[in-house]
Every structure is written in C-alpha cells, then in structure tokens.
Design a protein around this ligand. Structure first.
Ligand SMILES: *Cc1c(COP(=O)(O)O)cnc(C)c1O
Length: 393
C-alpha cells in the first residue's frame, strides 16, 4: 500500500486502508463476509488468538484491519482496535487496564453505559475503586488521585452537557500519577480534536456517531500505542467477543470518507442555530462550545479546531409543553444517537439518573440534547420556530 503518512487529513480519510482488490482489480476493497480464512500449510505452531492475523472473524477480519489502519492514521496513533460498538470499546479499555486493586477517575457526566459500568458494575463485581469528578475542574481531578490510580477517563465534550475538559493538563496529572489517560472524543471526531497529540494515551470513538455519520451502522474504536491496543485486542476482543461485523466495518469505512466535509457543515449550522436559540425568549440556556457564554469556550477554542454539531438547551416550560414542542418538529427527529446526517433531538427529563451531576440550569425542567444534522440551517431554524409557536412558547 502507498504511504500516505505525509498527506493531509482529508486525503487520508479517503485513501488509508483502501487498495486494489488483487482478484478483480476493483479499486475498492470488497466486503469480505467470511467467518474464517484459510490456514497456512503448517498450522501446528499458529497462535489461534493472534488479533493481527486473519484466522477467525472474532479475532479480526479483513475489513476490520482496513478500518483500523484508517482510524489509527486519522487520530495520529500507532494502532487501533475496532469493536462492535462504542460501549464495547469503552469496556475494552476498562477491562484491560483496571484490576481488582486499582482506582479509576472518571468524568461525572459521561455516557450512560460508562456511568453504570464505573458507578455500579465494576465496583460491585470486581471491587474497582471509582471517583466520579467534574473533570472540567482540574483541582477536582488532582485531588482525586490515589497511589493506586491506574486510569483517568474523560469525555470531552461531555455527553450530554458539552462540558469541556482540558486534555493536555489532565494528561500531565495522569502521567505524574503513573496512570493512563483515555479520552472519549466521540462528540468531536478526529477532524475536530486529536487527544493523542495533546498527551492522551488512548482515544475512544463511538463510530456509530460522526465517524460513520449516516446512522446505519454501529461500531467503536480505541486508538493509541500498539502495546496498549494489543492488550485490548487480546483481552477484550478475542476473549470477550465484541467483534464488529465485516459489513459494518465496510459501511464505516465508506462513511468516514466525507467526515471533514460533514464536520464543517455540522459546525457551521450548529453555531447559527445555537445563536438563534440563545436569542429566543422561551429558551432558558444553551450549552454549545462555540458560544462565548459556554463556561469553557476559551478551552474549546484551544483544543478543538471546530465546535462540532452537538448542543444542549433548556426551555422554560413543564414536561407537557416540552413534549408538545418536540412532537411538533417536522424535520428534526425525536430519537437517540447523534452525528447522523439527519438532525436528532432528545428530551432528557428532570428524573434522569445522572441529573444531580448536571449544572443547575439543566436540572429544573430537564433539557434537550440536539444533534444538528446536515439539512439547511435555515430550514432547521424555521422548524424550531414553528414548533415553539405550536407549543405556545
Ligand atoms: C454513543 C456514545 C457512546 C456509545 O457508543 P455506542 O456505539 O452507542 O455503543 C460512547 N460515548 C459517547 C460520548 C457517545 O455519544
């Protein structure tokens, strides 16, 4: 394969991991839907669990290997492991780097499965010690460090608050403590934020979101030094079984081609919409890293190249009014997930299990998490306006 290491990000999105199919001469690598691959003439000394050699699709597949090459290149890491979902990737990190005597520090606002894994399952089943802190506050991170801290895990921008944590400073704290820093960078994508370049040891992506971008496949990835990634491959892929289907790996390989174009559009529209929402009287707050009113706007400006397409906002109204607003939207769809082509909105009510960790303005009436899609920003603003009017707001 040609060497693209000196080429720009947008070129690598297209070419890294692609190649000419040897059998047909097709200039795109095919989807290899096979559970296993022919063994060498002497298989007697083969390592059956080698995660870097195609033997059995749970230990790796051709399409997975191509996608891993591309993602490692885009995040600027030595290697990547691709798994069935973002949560499989996150569990891969936790199961590989935490053991019964270790301590982990994690953002107190994080993806719901991370919250449950770290708040409940890992401590209760395996005695792992966990500190959930506001990682946007460096003192809280520093004060939480213990002699047995093995991992700091931050999500930035955080889902769903868009709170920003300082990757460079937290990497210093982690390394001083002899711990690893892993960063869930799903809300940003590698086009917008490169945690490894800022000192993180591992970056986690839910490929389901911006990287695939089309809402039709699930996947997850961890990217970092080969030695760390190999550990995840052996411990959490081969022996836990969260492998990705070749078809999904192929879809994600296709989706990521347009990542740079999409992120520019998501970010430009989100900025416009966030400014509109901030000026709308019935909107109680807007949390978007691109707004000057965002508490970590300066930090976002420093560590992200764009502000991405995710925001949260509040409405002055009871749940019935907010439901009426959501159900009156005609273009924006009420559904979970994010980073798709279509705009998605979710009403997170005031009874959410993590609500106590959210900033005060999020707690009163609950709030809306809004993933700004690729439709025209003017159409999206018109849709929001008509839904506000229908709901009497
Ligand atoms: C969606 C999401 C995940 C989980 O990814 P899945 O592919 O749904 O398993 C993890 N982290 C963040 C920030 C997410 O938004």
């Amino acid at each position: 394969m040609a060497d693209y290491s000196e080429t720009d990000f947008i070129t690598r999105c297209i070419h890294v991991g692609n190649g000419v199919d040897k059998e047909t001469g097709a200039i795109r690598r095919p989807i290899t839907m096979a559970n296993c691959y022919q063994l060498p003439e002497d298989a007697s000394t083969l390592n059956w669990s080698d995660p870097n050699n195609v033997i059995y699709t749970r230990t790796t597949s051709a399409n997975q290997l191509y996608l891993q090459q591309r993602l490692a290149s885009l995040e600027g890491g030595e290697d990547a492991v691709v798994l069935a979902s973002g949560v499989a990737a996150l569990s891969g990190v936790f199961f590989s780097f935490l053991d019964k005597d270790s301590h982990v520090i994690c953002s107190n606002v994080s993806y719901i499965a991370v919250y449950r894994l770290l708040n409940q399952y890992l401590p209760e089943k395996y005695g792992i010690q966990v500190s959930l802190v506001d990682t946007s506050n460096l003192d809280e991170v520093r004060n939480a460090v213990r002699p047995n801290t093995k991992l700091i895990h931050v999500e930035t921008p955080g889902n769903p608050t868009t709170r920003i944590s300082d990757i460079e400073e937290i990497a210093k704290i982690a390394h001083q403590a002899g711990a690893l820093l892993s960063v869930d960078s799903t809300f940003a994508s590698p086009y917008v934020q490169r945690p490894l370049a800022l000192g993180a040891d591992l970056v986690v992506q839910s490929l389901t979101k911006y990287i695939n971008g089309h809402g039709d496949a699930m996947g997850g990835a961890v990217i970092g030094k080969k030695e760390l990634i190999d550990k995840i491959k052996s411990e959490a892929m081969v022996n836990v079984g969260g492998c990705i289907s070749p078809f999904n790996a192929w879809l994600i390989m296709r989706g990521v081609v347009t990542l740079p174009l999409r992120m520019k559009q998501h970010s430009a529209s989100a900025q416009k919409i966030a400014e509109f929402l901030e000026s709308y009287p019935a909107v109680s707050f807007v949390a978007y890293p691109g707004l000057k009113s965002h508490p970590q706007h300066a930090l976002a400006k420093k560590q992200m190249s764009l502000y991405s397409g995710m925001m949260a906002f509040g409405i002055d109204g009871d749940s019935a009014t907010i439901n009426k607003f959501v159900n009156s939207l005609k273009i924006i769809i009420s559904a979970v997930s994010l980073g798709h082509d279509e705009s998605l909105i979710v009403f997170i009510g005031p009874d959410d299990e993590r609500i106590d960790f959210y900033p005060p303005e999020f707690r009163t009436h609950g709030f809306l998490r809004f993933s700004v899609g690729l439709e025209s920003a003017n159409d999206l603003i018109a849709d929001l306006k008509q839904a506000f009017h229908t709901a009497g707001l």
